[in-house]
Design a protein around this ligand. Sequence first.
Ligand SMILES: [Zn+2]
Ligand SMILES: [Zn+2]
Length: 133
Amino acid sequence: MCGEKDGFPKLAQIYWAWFEASGERYAVRQRLCPPCYVKWYATPLVDQEINPEACPFCHASVGGDLDPTFATVFIPGRQRLEIALATCANDAAVLRENAKMGAIRLPNRGPVDEGPRPLISATSAWDDLGLHP
Ligand SMILES: [Zn+2]
Ligand SMILES: [Zn+2]
C-alpha cells in the first residue's frame, strides 16, 4: 500500500470483497505494513467487532441500509479475522477506494482459492501492536 516493504518483510494481507452498484462482485488483495494497517484499519476493525450494527468509521447506525464490505484479514502471527464491515454509504466509498490502493484485483472467487496461504509466524512488529489474537 505504501511501498515501505523493506523494513517489514512480513506484511499483513487483507482480502476485500464487495458488490458494486451494478451487482458485480469486486475483490482485491491488499498488502499492508504495520503502520499502514494501524493508520487505516486497526481501529475500525476493532470497533466493528464490538458494535456490528454501526458504521465502523463514523459510528452511525446503518439500520437496514446495509451494503457490507467483506474483509478477510491475515496478520503475521495472528489468527485470521473474517469480518463484514457495515459502513454507511459515504464511508463505504472511502473504504473501497482505500482498499484498491496498491491492491491486486482478484477474479471472482473466495480467498481460500487464491494460492498459498500467507506464512503465519510471529513477528515483533505485529506483536507490539496489541491487535486481536
Ligand atoms: Zn505501509
Ligand atoms: Zn460511516
